[in-house]
Design a binder for this molecule. Structure first.
Ligand code: NDP
Length: 340
């Protein structure tokens, strides 16, 4: 039997998310290995490579893309860099798993999607939450009719940004900092996944309470209206230490309550409340990131679609940008869905 080709990954960005979650998630895939990392600083690239047992640490993206051992890239630089790096990776014929938000505007995100399509490489968005066993269970119940017609959703995603991440998110608008592009974009993807519906309109207010510099938000409360009539309330923040996270989907015949589920960890509890009473739902937790990478690797091998496609990344960005604009203008803002 012919062994499938081993796939080498190059990391673009010596980032926290790569170190904390993605190197392990890639190494969990049979036949896949992390072979290189590129940083904008050769010293940081080499230090990251040495710390994580990666063969090559480069000081430039071009050098990584020229490395024949690299078949796939994972891009986790700051958000303003994603576009050019995806375009360069596509031109080099590499498959791309890109972090969210894909870009800072929709034109750029669409250009990334098209470049990958034209180059014949797989592009996916690293929306981890739709890989959570909790959110997959909620989707199965909602779409299976367990709560009847869904009417409302509430997302509780106000957290405390840990000190080691209190950098560009708080003081670099040009890097796509701020809570809306960081967290609201995840809420939008998770709700699209659960509801199987598209957000069409947004309203909201942001807050700059204590962490973010003037002009950037560290908290937001927003409402998204979906094309199936669902109204979703979102509360996202970097500044709240003790709220806990959660999601609720309320339908005509029942409610699903998820606690501790807007998180990077494979944890959380689900309740289903209907006329039959309250039921604690069984959830077989698994690593969100490893599952997302597994789906991506399968797509690269020609089997199925990534968990969150490039299109999903475009649509979550469209929703987040509509929230940002609504907050800025104080007016209800249409979500610009380029595929509608
Ligand atoms: P980091 O701040 O850790 O890394 C971003 C960039 O900052 C790196 O690429 C690196 O640049 C630079 N950097 C890192 N450490 C240093 C340092 N000590 N000194 C100077 N520069 C440094 O960001 P995150 O890992 O939190 O986020 C990266 C991307 O991933 C973002 O797009 C974010 O939105 C996304 N993200 C996604 C998550 C998810 O669950 N899907 C979770 C967290 C983040 P260089 O490469 O040039 O060295």
């Amino acid at each position: 039997m012919v062994e499938p080709k081993r796939q080498g990954w190059g990391l673009i960005g010596a980032s926290t998310i790569a170190a904390e979650h993605m190197v392990g998630a890639i190494r969990a895939q049979p036949g896949h290995q992390v072979v290189a990392v590129a940083s904008s600083s050769a010293a940081r690239g080499q230090a990251f490579a040495a710390q994580h047992g990666i063969a090559a640490g480069y000081g430039a993206v071009d050098a990584l893309l020229a490395d024949p051992a690299v078949d796939i890239v994972y891009i986790s630089t700051t958000n303003e860099l994603h576009r050019d790096q995806v375009l360069a990776a596509a031109a080099a014929g590499k498959h791309v798993l890109c972090e969210k938000p894909l870009a800072l505007n929709l034109d750029d995100a669409l250009a990334m999607l098209r470049a990958c399509r034209d180059a014949g490489v797989v592009m996916a968005t690293n929306h981890h939450l739709r890989n959570a066993a909790t959110h997959r269970k909620i989707r199965e119940l909602v779409q299976g009719g367990a709560i009847g017609r869904p009417l409302f959703a509430r997302v509780f995603h106000a957290v405390f940004l840990p000190p080691h991440l209190q950098g560009w998110r708080l003081d670099k608008p040009q890097a796509g900092g701020g809570v809306v592009l960081d967290i609201t974009v995840h809420d939008a993807d998770t709700l699209r996944f659960i509801l199987g519906a598209e957000p069409v309109e947004a309203l909201g207010f942001t807050q700059t309470a204590s962490m973010a510099r003037e002009g950037l938000a560290d908290g937001v409360m927003a409402v998204l209206r979906f094309d199936n009539g669902v109204l979703a309330q979102l509360h996202d923040a970097f500044t709240v230490r003790h709220a806990g996270t959660g999601i609720e989907i309320h339908g005509e015949q029942g409610s699903i309550v998820g606690r501790n589920v807007m998180t990077q960890q494979p944890i959380g509890e689900l309740l289903l409340r209907t006329a039959a009473g309250e039921q604690v739902l069984e959830v077989a937790h698994e690593s969100l990131y490893a599952r997302g990478v597994a789906r991506f690797c399968a797509a690269v091998a020609g089997n199925g679609q990534p968990a969150a496609s490039a299109e999903d990344g475009v649509l979550s960005l469209a929703a987040a940008l509509a929230v940002a604009e609504a907050c800025q203008t104080g007016r209800a803002t249409r979500v610009a869905n380029p595929f509608a």
